[in-house]
Design a protein around this ligand. Structure first.
Ligand code: ZN
Ligand code: ZN
Length: 409
């Protein structure tokens, strides 16, 4: 079982006795696993490189993101259960509210909940003018979010965002990011699509109703994060492991799904601070019955980190520790490996991702004991595991499970 605590890695804070949130938190389960197992540091990419969660998770699953990261759109689409073909370009989208001169009033259209399926049906019928061989697909996903897919040949992910990411300014023009015909053609199609979305949505039945209820209309679709399907070979083929993933965040689910992992739904999993920690751990436990490797991903530490809240971050780490502690007695210690780490550091002092290494613990049969009293960045920096790269993680797990192929004679 690989427990990924999103953004858990941190920097020591003088105010908290030169400890990090993990070092400050009461984590009896992690401490026990760390003491009997090995601890060390891991650079998700390489020292000082700041990855996004999708980029870092790509590395942790054994795919070099510097070669095969293809933007966010394809991952978001895969996470939403949409199949992409090579050549398709996917965009992350928001239903947003703009005024008549296309100035953004609300990027989330009043956090619209109902009516998005109906709006999506209208959107799907849009056909950008003068673009041959383009088939539009569009899905509403969660709340104000959706995914737009350009299906066909001769399109490119190298185009800029229409979403300005702030309010009070006009929507942006989609621009090609390289000199290719495909990028120019894609940008033209996106601009026409966005204009048409405004034309068909401004008087849409759902919006007439929303305006009547004094809610902000979802009167435009703003695109961002164009991406294509990353060329991942299945984990089973690469590392001999059948893999399952318990996660709530669409981008993480997307990376895992494209890698061939089975996505396991857990009741009450939200991707927020209020997630069902124990429910996710129990879902992971169940998935271990018929998978070689189960990834348990919890977003909450990253959320607390972006809020810059040290104590909140420590407390959500404690909740993950507690949830893992509840299922630990049900695992067969003579044959099960438990790893705990983070996808990247999100120091509370920075409130964003940083290039620091993350702590890693490996516990299981044959793993040398570190005898540390506490699992923390401080302990990991003096740990017996040394320092790994994110790309080392899958080979290390595969080797312990007896699944790794021997190279040479
Ligand atoms: Zn992350
Ligand atoms: Zn983050």
């Amino acid at each position: 079982m690989l427990v990924i605590c999103d953004g858990m890695g941190d920097r020591v804070e003088r105010e908290f006795g030169n400890e990090t949130p993990l070092g400050f938190a009461k984590t009896p389960t992690f401490d026990r696993l760390a003491s009997a197992g090995s601890v060390g540091l891991m650079d998700p990419i390489s020292p000082g490189v700041r990855p996004g969660s999708d980029y870092a998770t790509t590395a942790l699953l054994g795919y070099d993101p510097r070669v095969c990261y293809m933007g966010r759109g394809g991952l978001e689409a895969a996470g939403a259960g949409i199949d992409l073909s090579p050549g398709d370009v996917a965009f992350r989208c928001n239903f947003s509210t703009v005024d008549d001169d296309l100035t953004v009033i609300d990027r989330r259209a009043g956090r619209i909940e109902r009516g998005t399926i109906e709006i999506a049906e209208t959107i799907r019928k849009i056909q950008p003018k003068g673009i041959k061989g383009l088939k539009i697909d569009f899905r509403a996903t969660v709340a104000h979010r959706g995914v737009l897919i350009f299906r066909g040949r001769g399109f490119s992910r190298m185009v800029s965002d229409v979403d300005p990411h702030v309010t009070g300014v006009k929507i942006l023009k989609c621009e090609p990011l390289d000199d290719s015909t495909a990028a120019k053609r894609t940008a033209a199609a996106v601009n026409d699509f966005v204009t048409q979305s405004f034309n068909v949505l401004k008087n849409h039945r759902v919006n007439v109703e929303r305006i009547g209820e004094r809610k902000r209309p979802a009167n435009i679709v703003l695109t961002r994060g164009a991406g294509t399907l990353p060329p991942f070979k299945p984990l089973l083929e690469l590392y001999g492991m059948s893999v399952a993933c318990v996660a709530a965040v669409a981008l993480v689910k997307g990376v895992c799904r494209i890698a061939g992992a089975e996505l396991i739904a857990a009741e009450g999993a939200t991707g927020g601070l209020d997630t069902n920690y124990e429910g996710k751990a129990r879902a992971a436990l169940k998935a271990l019955e018929n998978h070689d490797l189960v990834i348990l991903h919890v977003k909450a530490p990253d959320v607390a980190s972006h809020d810059g809240d040290f104590k909140k971050k420590a407390s959500v780490i404690e909740r993950i520790d507690e949830a893992v502690g509840k299922i630990l007695p049900s695992l067969d210690a003579s044959s099960t490996y438990v790893l705990v780490t983070a996808d990247h550091a999100t120091p509370v002092s920075v409130r964003d991702h940083a290039g620091n290494p993350v702590p890693l613990l490996i516990n299981g049969p044959g793993v040398p004991s570190s005898k540390v009293s506490k699992f923390s960045e401080n302990a990991a920096s003096r740990g017996n595991l040394g320092r790994l790269h994110g790309l080392d993680l899958m080979p290390v797990i595969s080797d312990y499970l007896g699944k790794a192929k021997k190279l040479g004679f």
